[in-house]
Ligand binder design. Structure first.
Ligand code: NAD
Length: 335
């Protein structure tokens, strides 16, 4: 039984506490938050779990094998570093840290202490994204040509990070998981509609060495929730709508064929192919439960997590470069 302490019991922390509490191989021993009103909710719901407002007290508990960090993004680095130095295995909420230099320090500290450092990039643990990966790896959709995503809603305006760090991070983690290719360049534009606050709307374009482009549109100021991704392949195309309950994925057997006209080198014949559409069956498992299972396996066997810290660092690098590009009106930044 792995004893876990959860730090941060705001919006996302309760999901971690519930999943670690329900998992047969983990037990939540303590929850820490600065706000005692939130801790009283823990005491009501889970009378056996200890609570504390002191991070030092939690980290000093020799019974705790691991901690999960679900505090605001700019606090991840300090808290995760202290936890690693206290010899705990660490699961950090996305993103790993607020800049690449901090990621590097966390990675070396975890290696020096020989503890697991995993990032909660939740989407690679969802049945839908796992099925997309299977379709790509099995060659079903052919070569991936593009990834085009819209992730918008009337979202909570954050004070410490722009919308890229809150929402585009999910698409970047999906791309990191799905593709062996890594982006070579990013350009981004964005805008803040609230004076003095970080950008609440942004458009990112990622370029790759292969014949592949990715575009991500994120916005906290949209009238409805859209979570739609198109993935185009040379053989088939996927529409992934995460707001759908039952048919999140639709695979279209559509595409084009090209043929050079024998009469003229300037004329290309484009043929259109429209076949069936099907919606693959998906498991109903909760992504966070799969993620906790992965964390447990890493702690028990020393295996490298699927969402390991190096991939978390690559994602932070893209967001850092994209935010730099936004400041310079979309100037492409090499990765
Ligand atoms: N994986 C996902 O899909 C997902 C979804 C939402 C949020 N998140 C991540 O979860 C993290 C928290 O986001 P949230 O929306 O829950 O934020 P939140 O503001 O609702 O909650 C953060 C909590 O941390 C507490 N806190 C802050 N500093 C602390 C400290 N030093 N010690 C103890 N407690 C402290 C705050 O009191 C607050 O209750 C962020 O990193 C965010 O990116 C992940």
């Amino acid at each position: 039984m792995i004893k876990v302490g959860v730090i941060g019991y705001g919006y996302w922390g309760p999901n971690l506490v519930r999943n670690f509490h329900e998992h047969p191989e983990t037990a939540v021993a303590m929850v820490c938050d600065l706000d005692d009103a939130l801790l009283s909710k823990v005491r009501m719901r889970y009378p056996t779990i200890e609570t504390t407002q002191s991070l030092d007290a939690l980290l000093a508990d020799p019974e705790l094998d691991a901690v999960a960090v679900a505090t605001p993004i700019t606090t991840h680095f300090d808290i995760a570093l202290q936890a690693i130095n206290a010899g705990k295995h660490v699961l950090v909420e996305k993103p790993l840290a607020h800049d690449v230099a901090c990621c590097d320090q966390l990675i070396s500290a975890a290696a020096a202490r020989d503890v697991v450092l995993m990032v909660d990039h939740t989407f690679p643990f969802t049945p839908a994204v796992q099925r997309i990966k299977q379709l790509i790896d099995d060659g079903e959709i052919g070569d991936v040509l593009y990834y085009d995503s819209v992730r918008v809603n009337l979202g909570l305006f954050q004070h410490d990070v722009n919308v890229i760090w809150d929402l585009a991070v999910h698409d970047l983690s999906i791309l990191e998981y799905l593709l062996d290719d890594k982006p070579t360049m990013v350009s981004a534009t964005g805008i803040s509609h609230v004076e003095g606050h970080p950008e609440n709307q942004a458009y990112l374009t990622l370029q790759y060495d292969a014949r592949l482009i990715a575009h991500i549109h994120v916005n906290w100021l949209a009238p409805l929730k859209v979570r739609q991704t198109l993935i185009g392949g040379t053989e088939k195309m996927i529409v992934y709508d995460d707001t759908e309950i039952t048919e999140k994925l639709k695979v279209y057997d559509k595409g084009i064929t090209t043929d050079q006209s024998p009469e003229s080198v300037y004329q290309m014949r484009v043929g259109y192919r429209a076949g069936d559409m099907w919606a693959p069956h998906l498991d109903h498992g909760e992504a966070l439960r799969n993620l906790v299972t992965e964390f447990v396996a890493c702690v028990q066997t020393g295996k490298t997590p699927l969402t390991h810290a190096e991939s978390g660092r690559r994602i932070v690098r893209v967001m850092e470069a994209a935010s730099e590009s936004v400041k310079e009106n979309g100037r492409p930044v090499t990765l």
